[in-house]
Design a protein around this ligand. Structure first.
Ligand code: NAP
Ligand code: MG
Length: 492
């Protein structure tokens, strides 16, 4: 683990860990107990502007943005090594702050390590083109970093979703200001503490903790902010797009979802049931691409629901820090309340609760935000429990008989992040995959992703993309250089 306090976290600006300007702090809670585990600096607008000023100076003066992508590749590689060596303490910190199981946190940190390695390999491959033009001329393009890039992260995969955009921005030579979610700031600060040891110049990787309505807005409204990468809710995404548009600043938005899983009657039902459960109970359902709508063929509906009920009821709830826990608490009391309200809406709209539908009744879990894995069947499509993103372990199930109707139901949403299809028939799989309006489609697979595969939503699930071989491009701008090569005729 990097040096620094384990109970007190500051802002990271210019390579130093400092209090906020007004020295305000706020407690960070453990979702398993709702008791404080640490304190973090509560930054404000002035801290945001301070970070931008320092980042801007580092961008111009540190040499990081220079031509040598190999240097940046080395530094990002070292950052990956340092994080890998500290994988276990980072995983524990993520679990204590966010609630997810240790197994999930280890996978998250592993994904971050792989992202850094992958993106390090791209840092020295940012190149332009030469373009044939008429006459005695040379035309070429260069790709330059943007300047100071701003990154605003959510609480569900705190470090993973922060680094997913921060890493390519660094690879391109930008200076970064990251604002983690107020509920889950700890791993972002701990990560930035590693930067100096990895050889990243001071001021190139900055973290400002504090409320989005203050720190986030001040970061975006400032002329030094050259791009915004936002992962979070649809609501805030709209506000950010508006604010960025006022300054014509490029934005990447990774927003919500209400992702469908279509199960055909020929599917392997055991595998499908496990994958559906993973897609909605994993991370206690707090996944942007949670597979939150099951659309199952009428003939296998009872068999699949029976399997899902068994899995839901056998899921071992507990604090994420216990190795035997299969599902942890949701992130906050407010989030638990919000999810339970949706269960009430589902009941009121005539849904049948097949499993769960309440808080855990285990006395030892009474202080935490523990919800039972929940399956609701037969909801009308107009129900808000079918249309809204719930962001908790609640699956809405419906039936189909005609494949066209299955696809229609799947696409009947404002979102378009992920969709899955389960069938053994090759033609059905590919035909349906083609018709699904989603940025990512899985065939006989749960929602899983790799740093090398693009991650993006259609419709209101987002704008732009992350991950993959082109992930660095949005953090560069293209300049065209036209050179006249004609030699002036000598005058007699
Ligand atoms: P959120 O409420 O939208 O917050 C996300 C981030 O935005 C937080 O850091 C938040 O700060 C900040 N923020 C809030 N208001 C802001 C404003 N006016 N200006 C600038 N920044 C502001 O989202 P969340 O509740 O943390 O996360 C859950 C959501 O994220 C879900 O909707 C989920 O679908 C989405 N998500 C999408 C993806 C994807 O890749 N598509 C991945 C994961 C999650 P505070 O914490 O201080 O409020
Ligand atoms: Mg929020």
């Amino acid at each position: 683990m990097p040096s620094g306090s384990e109970t007190s976290y500051g802002l990271i600006i210019g390579g130093r860990e400092i209090p906020s300007g007004d020295d305000e702090r706020r407690p960070v809670l453990d979702p398993a107990t709702n008791r404080p585990i640490a304190e973090v600096a509560a930054g404000g607008r002035d801290d945001a502007r301070h970070a931008l000023e320092v980042a801007d100076a580092a961008f111009r003066g540190s040499g990081w943005a220079g031509d040598d992508g190999a240097k940046r590749a080395k530094a990002l590689g070292r950052l990956a090594r340092l994080l890998e060596e500290a994988q276990e303490p980072f995983a524990l910190l993520e679990t204590r702050n966010m609630g997810k199981t240790l197994r999930e946190s280890r996978l998250d940190i592993g994904f971050v390590v792989r992202t850094l390695e992958y993106v390090a390999g791209l840092a020295d491959k940012i190149q332009g083109e030469t373009i044939p033009v008429p006459g005695s001329r040379l035309d070429y393009t260069v790709r330059e970093p943007l300047g100071v890039t701003v990154h605003i992260a959510p609480w569900n995969y705190p470090l993973l979703l922060a680094v997913r955009s921060v890493a390519p921005a660094l690879a391109a030579g930008n200076a970064v200001v990251l604002k983690p979610a107020t509920l889950t700031p700890l791993t972002a600060v701990a990560f930035a503490r590693l930067a100096s040891a990895a050889g990243i110049p001071d001021g190139i990787l900055n973290v400002v903790t504090g409320p989005g309505s203050e720190v986030g807005e001040a970061l975006i409204d400032d002329p030094r902010c050259a791009s915004v990468s936002f992962t979070g809710s649809l609501e805030v995404g709209h506000r950010i797009a508006e604010a960025a548009a006022r300054r014509l600043v490029p934005t990447t938005l990774e927003l919500g979802g209400k992702s469908p899983v279509i199960v055909f009657p020929d599917a392997d039902l055991d595998r499908a049931a496990r994958a559906v459960a993973f897609g909605i109970f994993g991370n206690a359902g707090q996944m942007c691409w949670a597979a939150s709508r099951l659309i199952v063929h009428e003939s296998v509906r009872p068999a699949l629901l029976e399997r899902l009920k068994k899995i839901a009821e056998a899921t071992k709830l507990g604090p994420g820090t216990e190795e035997t826990t299969e599902m942890g608490p949701v992130v906050s009391r407010e989030q638990a309340e919000k999810v339970l309200e949706y269960v009430e809406i589902a009941r009121a709209d005539g849904g049948t609760v097949v499993a769960g539908g309440a808080r855990s009744s285990e006395p030892r879990l009474a202080d935490g935000n523990f919800l039972l894995p929940t399956v609701v069947d037969a909801l009308p499509v107009s129900s808000r429990a079918v249309r809204d993103e719930i962001f908790g372990p609640v699956l809405a199930s419906s039936a189909f008989t005609d494949p066209d109707d299955a696809v229609r139901q799947a696409n009947d949403t404002r979102f378009g992040l992920f969709a899955a299809v389960w069938t053994r028939d090759l033609a059905t799989a590919h035909t349906v995959a083609r018709r699904l309006e989603a940025g990512m489609v899985a065939v006989n697979e749960s929602p899983i992703t790799f740093p090398q595969t693009p991650f993006a939503g259609f419709k209101e699930s987002g704008l732009g993309f992350e991950q993959g071989i082109r992930s660095v491009e949005p953090y560069t701008r293209r300049k065209n250089v036209l050179v006249n090569l004609s030699v002036p005729k000598k005058r007699p």
